[in-house]
Design a protein around this ligand. Structure first.
Ligand code: GAR
Length: 188
């Protein structure tokens, strides 16, 4: 059995789709959801679907090794970042080389890097009057949004596109492709 830990920071709509996608899978199990924002809705979603959800704060990630220990105890094989808005700590990059998958709500290398997450990305894309945006699913290394790209999908921007309408379009792409790409990456 391949065990996944999902990291998330907020709403968790992607996390929910991933949990549902693998619910009946005999080879892959979403073992837990780790979240770093107290009261994040992702915790409710996970619990509703019968998946353990655990909060960890900044010290747990970057100083006292709690997250690392928790992942070891749960025999986690892969980490999936589904709307996780902190940099992955170095010790986790060491423990999970090429075994951390992230989704980014734009077509990297454009609109990536520090400060480019969630709504900020869509605001920048709309402000620049881009004709298209999309999603990038990639492996994580020690630079923001720079690891090996596994998959990209595009959507067109309407002339009257807003950051909110674009976010909705991008979410649809994420729901459609993210679970599939995770399955393909883990199972080949
Ligand atoms: C998603 O659109 C994801 O691509 C983005 O946050 C959103 C989370 O939505 N991730 C990043 O910006 C990471 N740099 P969700 O909580 O509803 O799944």
């Amino acid at each position: 059995m391949i065990r996944i830990a999902i990291f998330a920071s907020g709403n968790g709509s992607n996390a929910q789709r991933i949990i549902e996608y693998f619910a009946e899978n005999t080879q892959v199990k979403v073992e837990c959801v780790i979240y770093n924002v107290k009261d994040a809705f992702v915790a409710e979603r996970a619990k509703m679907l019968g998946v353990e959800a655990r909060y960890f704060g900044r010290k747990d990630f970057y100083e006292n090794g709690s997250v690392r220990l928790f992942l070891k105890d749960h025999q986690i094989d892969w980490i999936v970042l589904a709307g996780f808005l902190w940099l992955v700590p170095g010790d986790l990059l060491e423990d999970f080389p090429q075994h951390i998958i992230n989704i980014h709500p734009a077509l990297l290398p454009n609109y990536g890097g520090k400060g480019m997450y969630g709504r900020h990305v869509h605001e920048a894309v709309v402000a620049n009057c881009e004709k298209e945006s999309g999603i990038t699913i990639h492996l994580v290394d020690d630079h923001y949004d720079k690891g090996q790209v596994l998959f990209q999908a595009k959507c067109a921007l309407a002339p009257d596109e807003t950051p909110d309408s674009l976010a909705a379009k991008v979410h649809e792409l994420e729901y459609e492709y993210f679970p599939q790409v995770i399955a393909k990456t883990l199972l080949g």
